[in-house]
Write a protein that binds this ligand. Structure first.
Ligand code: IYR
Length: 223
């Protein structure tokens, strides 16, 4: 934050020869396309340092007015995980048994999800991502945040990519509503739960749905 009031030369931009640029883009795609959302985890431990560096990577995300409107609650404690599982499953039971419209349940059918969320207790880490609508400064002033959802979404994307790059599996989990996470984790009311990222190693028997991604033509058009 030392240069907030001024400008410094752009030092770390890296240019590559065209061939190398192509190769890098292709190999990044090859790596990121291997990422799959996993729902079956083991309790195999993961070192904290990996998680810390992935969080630092997430914290570099572009964001509104550099106000960095995020907070990451990293849960390792088994009894906190149990509380989260219990509260999330309660919400999910309501979702799957009445609250969700049939159209939504039909869209989820290929993923094979249900209200049972054992991974919330099994995986070594739950990273609960919070989006801060504003900051309460120590002088009592409220500082409004801009584009908080967009900013936190980008940071979460960085986090997922960083964890995958490090060799870990993730699951983006979105119990709804998620207010219980503020209570369990003691987070203030200016922080809204954005999603829960389940992090760890997949179990040996883990399977993933046979789904595919849209083609370039379907997702993009050059003008
Ligand atoms: N939150 C529920 C339902 C769910 C919704 C979407 I959209 C998904 O892509 C997957 C699940 C659950 O976690 O089961």
């Amino acid at each position: 934050m030392a240069h907030e009031d001024g400008f410094i030369p752009l030092k770390h931009f890296q240019e590559y020869p065209a061939d190398e640029m192509n190769q890098r883009a292709r190999s990044f795609y090859e790596e990121i396309r291997r990422r799959r959302t996993v729902r079956d985890f083991t309790d195999r431990p993961v070192g904290r340092e990996v998680i810390e560096n992935c969080l630092l990577a997430a914290g570099t995300a572009p964001n509104g007015a550099n106000l960095q409107p995020w907070h990451f609650s990293v849960v390792e404690n088994p009894s906190i995980k149990s509380k989260i599982r219990e509260a999330a499953e309660k919400e999910e039971q309501e979702f799957y048994n009445g609250k969700a419209p049939q159209e939504w349940l039909d869209a989820l059918a290929p993923l094979g999800t249900d209200s049972n969320k054992p991974f919330l207790e099994v995986a070594p880490y739950l990273i609960v991502v919070f989006s801060k609508t504003h900051d309460n400064r120590s002088d009592g002033k409220k500082v409004k945040h801009y584009y908080a959802s967009e900013s936190v979404g980008i940071a979460t994307g960085f986090l997922i990519a960083a964890l995958h790059h490090a060799g870990l599996a993730t699951l983006t989990h979105t119990p709804s509503p998620m207010k219980f996470l503020n209570e369990i984790l003691g987070r203030p009311s200016n922080e809204r739960p954005f999603l829960v990222l389940v992090v760890g190693y997949p179990s040996n028997e883990a399977t993933v749905p046979a789904i595919s991604k849209k083609s370039l033509d379907e997702i993009a058009k050059f003008h």
